[in-house]
Design a protein around this ligand. Structure first.
Ligand code: RAM
Length: 924
């Protein structure tokens, strides 16, 4: 049975898909009919290296208070077997449980290269569901011995290549013909091509992913992809072709700073095809030295930083079909294995996720044309062009322009960011690069034949194809634009790993840039598999003694032994637990996290103060426009204060993790260390008279306050120092950098001053997010003064200054929040109807289902519509002067079986509600 819509959709090994097409039978004794069941498909690829996949499903119901009380899962070796409701691989039986996410498979041992089919049904307190649609997963090649293929490549440059600081290495093309005598039942391909590959069979491109596979430290881990290619193979002769790009494997700056930059060698590939014939027999086609190779194709050069050069006159017409004359091709070498552990890529692939039209095209003084995409984006241009043979068109990319309209490229450093296309001539040609992407809004077109028109160019947006899970809109257009900028900035920096920026000669997965950021991002994109993969990257960067790299995968040799950047390891695992209810990453990484904590303790904890910090509160708003880093000691924060507060915070996480990982014996030790550190921290940095920490910067005070280190009796005073600093000294402006900004908005709100948080968020003068918007930003800047600062470190598309802003948008402004560690099985909905906003409409597709919160203020009346997903419960806080004035769907709440009054608290009526849709009204 084929479930794939596209004929050669990428199959993850162990792809798990939850299904939720439930048509409820109205069986409840109360006679409530359940109508219009909503159907959504939840795709949850997980559990790769554990041979215990986890299954998730989503429940929809139009009846309030629907709770799952039991489930049954069936897994079979074929879809047909499932149709008579037998699970010949696993029948869970009826399991009494409300669990609907991450249900562990407990059937027979799973076999390499095998496909499995499954379905689920549930019982609820309101009735029973029908069986879900059948879903499937396929298991990859689990053991090294399953691979018969050999790594092949060519460990030399070709005559036309150059290997230097700006290496130019042509793409490598591989092909193989083979014949299959018998009728084919099924064929699967397992392939990895490093840095990047494209795969073709009998003239068809296989899969729609680009920049595959996901980048890793290839000496530690190598990802492969799996495709069902049954539809592309035929009985008789067949041809396979692959193209290899350089990606992060053959790094361009390999001779430049070898101590700093890792390179892995020349591109190489591994491919294995398993063909199952109609008669039940199998055969394998595998990469080896019987293949053919050339580097003399159209892609003359490719790398992520400098761009791609394509000469259409060099096209190898027909090379992916049978019968191609490859006599000029050479035999590939069987090369060394890259070294890393082979595993199927479980994070979503990178794809062209959207195509956008340019907004304008303008002729500039030098006679060239510049197109404006209207949006800073990451991807490439798909160009249409007609002209003479050998005509050369250059596309130069930049984020901004100078005042004369020319490109501003100083902030790209030495990344050349230029694609070159040489025409073959004749009819219209169409082209985009395959192995290079750019971060850009503007493109200068050099040498285009005739007058270029807008219709000749399309921007293709390239990033990990994560589900868009959130929507957020308010009555303030500035806040909406800030949200839109975040949406574009986050996606631009997803390239199989979270990057710092997509444009300059860096594009590195710096850890702190996505610490609390990963949590903010999780409200916009379903990023659980993406970040689970990143935790593996971080773990693989660990040295035997325990150090973690500041970038992971560790493409740069940056083991600064800073504390705050690597702490992201723990912060992201914690996020996955809270947002997705997934404790597996914590269990998996606990030992490595502990090793790192111990390493830092043993080397740098001196008398309970952590004495190592490299970056400080990175990128606080500087005092003068051209500065990158502030020189004013009152703006920054003492590195020892930051590191020690962070160490304390990480101990609290380790304490939590120890419980989850079954290491509760460690808890006492973490506790003891935490209390010693807290005491010394306060003795060292706290001035009991002024109630200030250190130099009284906002970050100095907020870290201990938010982390729970301030003595209870001093909390109010410390908070007042923060609000005085913001309101009086900074006139309502932000003064934090990458560290403080991760907690600022929640810290203000938790202490009752959401109004100050809103003021910070709605500013349009320096420094503020709104200042960026006002100055034309369509993403986020690296620096608060990104329109005036020196170019060396002035990306227009960094996400690190986002901090907890989007967490605050969703959890506080909209009031959509999971109860700790619940993965939205239990919610806390507490909106902040701040002065200045008249409405907020938000939705979030959580792992437990769709949550909605739309509120509106009209005079003193407050209305609030919410959706609490089936099988979940919420504690809700309705802004109200009194509970008596609160109604739901036009009726008083007395006797409402699904809404239970708890208490009045600080201007809110608090209720426990069952799942369902509600419409509240109150007086405020
Ligand atoms: C910059 C990066 C990144 C930051 C590091 C410390 O070069 O762009 O954003 O984390 O420095």
């Amino acid at each position: 049975m084929k479930l794939n819509k596209t004929p050669y959709k990428l199959l993850f090994a162990l792809l798990l898909s939850g299904a939720c097409l439930f048509s409820f039978r109205a069986q409840d004794a109360t006679g409530i009919a359940i109508q219009n069941p909503r159907c959504e498909l939840l795709v949850n690829p997980e559990g790769i290296d554990a041979l215990q996949p986890r299954l998730s499903w989503e429940i929809t119901s139009n009846v309030r208070g629907t709770d799952q009380i039991a489930y049954q899962v069936l897994v079979s070796s074929s879809a047909e077997k499932l149709s008579d409701n037998t699970g010949n691989v696993w029948d869970s039986g009826v399991v009494k449980s409300d669990q609907s996410i991450q249900v562990s498979y407990k059937g027979k041992p799973l076999q390499s290269g095998t496909e499995y089919f499954w379905k689920v049904r549930i019982w609820t307190n309101k009735g029973e569901s029908a069986w879900s649609e059948v879903q499937h997963w396929s298991v990859g090649l689990l053991k090294p011995a399953d691979w018969q293929a050999k790594w092949i490549g060519y460990d030399h440059a070709f005559a036309w290549d150059s290997v230097s600081k700006f290496s130019r290495l042509s793409a490598r093309y591989f092909r193989k013909e083979f014949s299959s005598a018998k009728a084919i039942k099924k064929a699967m391909v397992y392939v990895s091509g490093l840095g990047y590959y494209e795969l073709y069979i009998n003239g068809s491109r296989i899969g729609d992913q680009v920049l595959a596979p996901a980048p890793t430290d290839y000496t530690q881990s190598v990802k492969y992809n799996t495709y069902d290619v049954t539809a592309q193979l035929k009985q008789g002769s067949n041809a396979i072709g692959t193209i290899l790009g350089n990606g992060r494997f053959f790094t361009m700056r390999q001779n430049y700073k070898p101590a700093k930059i890792k390179t892995f060698g020349y591109p190489k590939m591994l491919l294995q095809m398993d063909i199952e014939y109609a008669d039940g027999s199998h055969s394998i086609v595998a990469s080896d030295d019987s293949w053919k190779l050339t580097g003399d194709g159209p892609i003359r050069s490719n790398n992520e930083y400098d761009g791609e050069e394509y000469d259409a006159n060099k096209e190898l017409t027909g090379w992916t079909n049978t019968g191609y004359n490859a006599s000029a091709w050479i035999k590939p070498e069987v090369v060394d294995v890259p070294g890393g552990y082979m595993s199927a890529q479980m994070n979503e692939p990178v794809r062209v996720v959207e195509t956008i039209k340019p907004k304008a095209i303008t002729k500039i003084a030098n006679g060239n044309y510049v197109i404006d995409m209207g949006q800073n984006m990451a991807g490439w241009i798909n160009m249409h062009v007609k002209g003479d043979k050998a005509q050369r068109v250059e596309l130069r990319f930049a984020e901004t322009t100078k005042s004369d309209g020319d490109l501003y490229v100083a902030n790209l450093r030495d990344a050349r960011s230029t694609d070159v296309y040489t025409l073959k001539g004749g009819s219209e040609e169409q082209w985009h690069p395959r192995f290079a992407y750019h971060g850009f809004r503007y493109v200068e077109i050099v040498g285009y034949p005739g007058v270029p028109k807008i219709e000749d160019f399309e921007g293709q947006v390239v990033n990990d194809d994560l589900q868009n899970v959130g929507s957020f809109e308010t009555s303030n257009p500035l806040i909406n634009q800030i949200y839109k900028n975040a949406y574009w900035g986050i996606r631009a920096n997803y390239k199989g790993m979270p990057l710092d920026c997509p444009q300059r000669n860096e594009r590195m997965p710096w850890l702190a840039d996505h610490a609390t950021g990963s949590y903010s991002e999780s409200f916009v994109y379903g990023n659980d598999s993406f970040y689970a993969k990143w935790l593996d990257d971080i773990e693989q960067s660990q040295k035997p003694e325990g150090q973690l790299c500041d970038v992971a995968p560790a493409y740069w040799n940056y083991y600064s032994e800073d504390f705050t950047w690597p702490a992201t390891y723990l912060v992201v695992a914690d996020m996955l637990y809270d947002q997705y209810g997934d404790k597996e990453p914590i269990v998996k990484h606990y030992a490595s996290m502990k090793k790192w904590m111990n390493y830092m303790r043993d080397k740098y904890l001196k008398d309970n103060i952590l004495t190592k910090d490299k970056y400080g509160d990175w990128c606080v708003p500087p005092e003068s426009p051209e500065l990158i880093h502030s020189k004013d000691t009152l703006r920054g924060t003492d590195g020892h204060l930051i590191a020690t507060a962070y160490y304390y915070r990480m101990l609290t996480l380790m304490k939590r993790f120890a419980g989850l990982a079954g290491k509760s014996r460690d808890i006492a030790e973490y506790d003891a260390m935490a209390s010693k550190i807290k005491a010394t921290f306060n003795q060292t940095f706290f001035n009991a008279k002024t109630k200030r920490y250190s130099n009284n910067s906002v970050t100095s005070n907020l870290l201990p306050l938010y982390f729970g280190m301030v003595p209870v009796e001093d909390r109010k005073a410390v908070f007042k120092n923060i609000t005085d600093k913001i309101l009086i000294e900074n006139k309502g402006h932000i003064s934090t950098g990458v560290i403080g900004t991760q907690f600022l908005m929640r810290m203000l709100t938790d202490n009752g001053r959401a109004d100050i948080a809103y003021r910070i968020a709605s500013n349009t003068d320096y420094p503020s997010w709104g200042y960026m918007v006002k100055n034309g930003a369509t993403t986020f800047w690296e620096l608060w003064n990104g329109n005036t600062a020196a170019p060396q470190m002035n990306s227009q598309n960094h996400v690190m200054l986002l901090g907890d802003l989007l967490v605050w948008f969703y959890e506080n402004l909209a009031g959509i929040k999971t109860e700790s560690a619940q993965g939205f099985h239990k919610l806390v909905m507490k909106p902040e109807p701040v002065a200045g906003l008249t409405f907020v409409n938000a939705s979030y597709k959580s792992v437990s289902g769709m949550v909605k919160s739309n509120w509106k203020k009209e005079g003193s009346s407050f209305s609030w519509e919410i959706s609490v997903p089936a099988n979940t419960k919420a504690l809700i806080y309705v802004p109200a002067t009194s509970a008596a004035g609160v109604s739901e769907s036009g009726k008083s709440l007395t006797g409402n079986p699904d809404v239970h009054f708890v208490k009045m608290e600080a201007g809110r009526a608090v209720y426990r509600v069952n799942s369902g849709d509600y419409s509240f009204k109150s007086h405020i």
